[in-house]
Design a protein around this ligand. Structure first.
Ligand code: NOJ
Ligand code: MG
Length: 539
């Protein structure tokens, strides 16, 4: 175990800072708020916290449009609050991972202001400027992820600039050495201040094809899908040059001891694996988002785990993500509470670092956000397709008090309608709650090396049931998950042992597991006896 790094043994918890805890009644979460909840995180049993961006930002994309990489936005607090956060997390043996947004700045960043000021500005080439197409109009057909063209004309200088996201998020030009140096300095700035790792935003969008060709049509696009997907991102996404840039970031990170670099890339498994880098000199963890998009049944999930495990480069450490601030809440994706309990058991017993999204441990669901309260620019630009991300960003539900104890003011997004029932205070007093299940799973995972760092072996899977083992030295654990809505009884051939945890709060622990009687939508974890085969057959 000690040969594994903290991020291999640990569990990451994502905080969306606007929505976790407000301390000054402006309805927006902040760092002093987070500071008052560190005991909760420790009690829950996670070991690292990733916080979405907290830097000065006009908030066109709620912090993913940064106007100063080396400061804290006043809405979130002060550099002093940040220093306290580092100290207090470390005092509790918790790690801190910050978001690092290299693909684009805010259009209000001084670099972009200089760059757009004239064609001959020394920083002109820090962004991606192009002449209009021959007949006028944007240089290519490239689309913004958030709807509309990916090029915006700057009237004053007569050129277009490229933005993979909003016009307020111009893309940096990573081919420019000055950009690389400046962004490496940003990394050092936070690593020098004790940050344990960086989650690198939108890495698959970092570099574009210089030849400036149009992207081809996507034959699989249908109305109702994101308009950006009408084109295949052949020239704008997952470009080979990106790996050179990642290796540069990794070298900066490796100037420091024991830090982690995580990459955000939504890519097919074979492409994702390249982000570990040649000789593993890329990301420690390229985020694995495939649980967010897989069909939710035993056969599909077992096949996903099999494919992912088989595709990992030698020495590459796996990881699994079950929710984040860009996707519908777990409970809405998997179809209900029992399914979400099963998903929690899956996430926390698979091999590889798990990442939890705040509130999923309570079973929070997507909040209703009426049209007049919509905040997310994506929903505003492309309304009605369900692309908006406000519903999964609703305030953390701490108690049944007004404001859910998230705020004493008016929350920036509406609270979930169920907050009087689904909240930390109620659930921590209820042994059958989702929160109690998460705590038990986290405690089990962190106390059993077989679950933390052990080997993975699939035992069987069919349309409804997925069974696997985890093993470390002499310890073997069995995980059996019934995704079906029928009870199932199965013989486990080498399954002497006993059940230690079930997703079904009605089951008493300690039952045998050579015959597994699983209720509908039940999952169990069992400890297997590892006696030699001879002793087993005679005993
Ligand atoms: C990915 C982030 O997770 C998302 O929230 C953001 O809008 C885009 N990158 C652009 O930064
Ligand atoms: Mg506040």
């Amino acid at each position: 175990m000690s040969s594994h790094a903290w991020w291999q043994r640990g569990v990451i918890y994502q905080i969306y800072p606007r929505s976790f805890q407000d301390s000054d009644a402006d309805g927006i979460g902040d760092l002093p708020g987070i500071l008052t909840r560190l005991d909760y995180l420790q009690w829950l049993g996670v070991t690292a916290v990733w916080i979405s961006p907290i830097h000065p930002s006009p908030m066109a994309d709620f912090g993913y449009d940064i106007s100063d990489y080396e400061d804290i936005d006043p809405v979130f607090g002060t550099p002093g609050d940040f220093a306290r956060l580092v100290t207090e997390l470390h005092r509790r043996d918790l790690k801190l991972i910050l978001d690092f947004v290299p693909n684009h700045t805010s259009d209000q960043h001084p670099w972009f202001r200089a760059s757009r000021s004239s064609r001959s500005d020394p920083q002109r080439n820090w962004y991606i400027w192009r002449e209009p197409a021959a007949g006028g109009g944007p240089p290519t057909n490239w689309r913004s992820e958030f709807g509309g063209p990916a090029w915006t004309l700057d009237e004053a200088t007569g050129e277009y600039y490229y933005h993979a996201y909003l016009p307020q998020q111009p893309d940096l030009n990573w081919r420019e050495p000055g950009v690389r140096q400046a962004m490496h300095q940003v990394m050092r700035f936070w690593l020098d201040r004790g940050v344990d790792g960086l989650r690198v935003d939108a890495i698959h969008m970092l570099v574009e094809d210089e030849s400036l060709q149009d992207n081809p049509e996507n034959p699989l696009w249908r109305p109702g899908m994101s308009p950006a997907r009408q084109l295949l991102r052949v020239h704008t996404c997952d470009r080979p040059e990106t790996h050179h840039m990642i290796a540069g970031m990794r070298r900066v990170l490796d100037e420091y001891d024991d830090r982690i670099l995580i990459g955000e890339a939504y890519l097919p498994i074979d492409r994702l694996m390249l982000y570990y880098g040649e000789s593993l000199a890329g990301f420690h963890l390229p985020f694995n988002f495939h649980l967010l998009s897989t069909a939710w049944n035993a056969a599909a999930i077992a096949a996903l785990v099999r494919t992912y495990e088989a595709a990992l480069p030698s020495g590459g450490w796996p990881n699994w993500v079950l929710g984040n601030h860009d996707r519908a809440r777990l409970i809405n994706r998997v179809g209900g509470i029992a399914q979400a309990r099963l998903a929690a058991m899956l996430l926390l017993t698979l091999r590889g670092t798990p990442t939890l999204y705040y509130g999923d441990e309570l079973g929070m669901s997507d909040a209703e956000v009426p049209a007049n309260l919509v905040q997310d620019p994506w929903e505003k630009n492309v309304p009605g397709l369900g692309l908006g991300r406000d519903p999964c960003r609703s305030p953390m539900q701490w108690s049944s008090a007004p404001g859910a104890d998230f705020t004493n003011g008016e929350p920036w997004l509406p609270l979930g309608a169920d907050f009087k029932r689904v909240n930390v205070m109620a659930e921590s007093a209820d042994a059958r709650s989702m929160l109690s299940l998460y705590r038990a799973l986290l405690r089990l995972r962190q106390s059993e090396p077989a679950l933390t760092v052990g080997a993975y072996r699939e035992v069987r899977s069919d349309a409804d049931v997925f069974i696997y083992e985890r093993e470390y030295e002499e310890r073997r654990m069995l995980i059996a998950l019934n995704f079906g809505t029928q009870a199932r009884s199965m013989h486990h051939p080498h399954g002497e042992g006993s059940i230690v945890l079930s997703t079904d709060p009605g089951r008493l622990p300690g039952g045998p597991c050579h015959v597994l009687d699983l209720a509908a939508l039940e999952g169990v974890v069992a400890v297997l006896e590892t006696r030699p085969a001879v002793a087993r057959s005679s005993g």
